[in-house]
Write a protein that binds this ligand. Structure first.
Ligand SMILES: Cc1ncc(COP(=O)(O)O)c(C=O)c1O
Length: 440
């Protein structure tokens, strides 16, 4: 029999991607948020150095978004997503394709980055099948890639701890090598000089499996969750060319890079390399309501639009695809981004951000610093025999000193809301300097 738990007992909630026992011994609780700051349950203001989880690009408690949600909830709370529609979903889709990179004229809604990844992978497989190329069934990912936590995503993903517990995963998947090369590229500002040739690994995989079996390649144009790895100069161009040569679709997972993070609306714009499908989530609603959006070029979409008109063209979708409240939040988000120029503001701040970030070079245990747009990463030498511990201690220390950072392995990742001011950038790095100076 279950032992009754008292209200707000911390035991009931099994926290995602968290050290549950450590947390519950010394909980860290946010009770409010406004613009660049969280408020803790003991009344401290904590500077948001991570835009929540890479998602609150416009900061917190933004009036347009709050009001849109409030209004929509009282007007149309839910409409069936299948075989029925509602105005907001069409309005939002039209507005989104207007900010999407050129050629991405269609958008499929999901509820998260993970679901967007599954959607893109299925879209790619079905695309080849509808075209009569059903033998193209393989999906190629990359070592150290993060594509969410569902089975397709962890199969094409390349983070060992996210994969090793979960059996055989999806079959027909292979991985290119990752692009991290600190021996040649440590302390690079922006795109690393060396490593375009890592893209040739895709040719090795094609030679092994034959192009006739490969449907798609999925990569993060800039790998975030593994610890912020920038694509070497020329790398993405090479991947694109190899995909073209072999009729392989290229999927960019822009769950982190989408909606202004690099100082351009999408990484696709930033790098000037255009994939066939773009996966997004997070910033699509400023993280406020769960939502994902998968963009497809007409060349993908139109292939499906054949056959008898009463038949469903793509057997895929979610109960909450294009949920009215999520769409309202998304429209409010886009308006906020546009009014404040947030989809490109990162470009203005990037040089200052870069300078402040790289001023941490030389502090104890810092073995690499990387940056692009409003993203920064500080890689620390792991404590011998205790990987991740040093960075996690920094995370706790930063929180004590009123700064929210994110750590993955022994890497500190920074991605503040795109509304951050220069003086808040100063403040962020001043706190971090203290943290790194104290780090054992
Ligand atoms: C590149 C990438 N893809 C997919 C995801 C998964 O998104 P979600 O946690 O919304 O499922 C993330 C989340 O961080 C991500 O960074």
């Amino acid at each position: 029999m279950n032992v009754p738990v008292k209200t707000n007992d911390l035991e009931a909630f099994w926290m995602p991607f968290s050290a549950n026992r450590q947390f519950k011994k010394a909980p860290r609780m946010f009770v409010a948020a406004d613009r660049m700051h969280y408020t803790t349950d003991d009344g401290r203001k904590v500077l948001d150095g991570t835009a929540g989880l890479w998602c609150c690009n416009a900061g917190h408690n933004r009036p347009k978004i709050v009001e849109a949600i409030r209004q929509q909830a009282g007007e149309l709370d839910y409409a069936p997503a299948f075989q029925m529609g509602h105005p907001k979903v069409f309005e939002f889709a039209s507005k989104l394709v207007n900010v999407a990179p050129p050629g991405f004229n269609h958008v499929f809604f999901t509820n998260s980055g993970s679901e967007s990844v599954e959607t893109a992978l299925k879209m790619a497989l079905a695309y080849h099948r509808v075209k009569g190329n059903g033998s193209k069934f393989r999906l190629i990912g990359r070592e150290r890639g993060y594509h969410g936590v569902n089975f397709g995503g962890i199969s094409v993903g390349g983070i060992v701890s996210n994969r090793k517990m979960f059996g055989t995963l999806l079959t027909g998947v292979d991985h290119m090598r990752h692009t991290h090369d600190p021996a040649r590229n440590a302390f690079t500002k922006g795109q690393p000089e060396y490593g375009a040739e890592f893209a040739d690994d895709l040719e090795r995989i094609v030679a092994l499996h034959d192009a006739s079996t490969i449907a798609a390649v999925i990569i993060e144009p800039m790998a975030g969750s593994t610890g912020v790895l920038m694509p070497p100069k020329g790398y993405l161009e090479k991947i694109r060319a190899i995909c073209d040569k072999h009729d392989i679709l290229l999927i960019f997972d822009e769950v982190i890079t989408g909606y202004g993070r690099l100082g351009a609306p999408f990484a696709t714009d930033y790098f000037g390399v255009s994939p066939d499908i773009i996966v997004t989530a997070k910033g699509v609603t400023n993280g406020v309501i769960p939502m994902g959006a998968v963009f497809a070029k007409s060349k993908i979409h139109d292939v499906f639009m054949t056959g008898p008109e009463h038949l469903i063209e793509f057997f895929h979708g979610y109960t909450y695809s294009g949920n009215p409240i999520a769409c309202a939040a998304g429209i409010g988000t886009l308006e906020t981004y546009k009014e404040e120029g947030l989809l490109t503001r990162g470009a203005e701040l990037a040089p200052y951000w870069e300078e402040q970030l790289h001023s941490l070079k030389g502090l104890p245990h810092v073995i690499d610093i990387r940056n692009m747009g409003l993203i920064g990463a500080i890689e620390l030498e792991p404590i011998a025999g205790e990987p991740t511990k040093r960075a996690f201690s920094c995370f706790l220390d930063a929180f004590e000193h009123n700064l929210l950072i994110r750590t993955t392995g022994d890497i500190i990742a920074l991605s503040p809301p795109l509304i951050i001011s220069k003086s808040e950038i100063d403040q962020l790095f001043e706190i971090l300097r203290g943290v790194l100076t104290r780090a054992a």
